[in-house]
Design a binder for this molecule. Structure first.
Ligand SMILES: [Zn+2]
Length: 79
């Protein structure tokens, strides 16, 4: 993978990380948030379909290894 490229957790598309929405499980407090921050992160296209797939298949939970509150999905939907 090229430097600074990331993969969407839903459609597996790779693109520069700036073009994705980022969800981060912050360290060490395990807060899930959208945007920047230190910790384990997952990337998602700013696309309604990818968001729906991620939600239906619990992709965020799998890649962040923690339960993701519904609010995160609605926050992502707004972005
Ligand atoms: Zn995608």
């Amino acid at each position: 993978m090229q430097k600074n490229y990331r993969r969407c957790i839903s459609c597996r598309l790779t693109a520069p990380k700036e073009s994705f929405l980022r969800v981060v499980r912050s360290y060490p407090d395990d807060q899930i948030k959208v945007g920047s921050g230190m910790g384990r992160s997952a990337y998602l296209c700013p696309d309604k379909n990818c968001l729906e797939v991620a939600q239906k298949k619990n992709r965020l939970r799998k890649s962040l290894r923690i339960n993701v509150p519904e609010k995160i999905y609605s926050d992502l939907g707004k972005q």
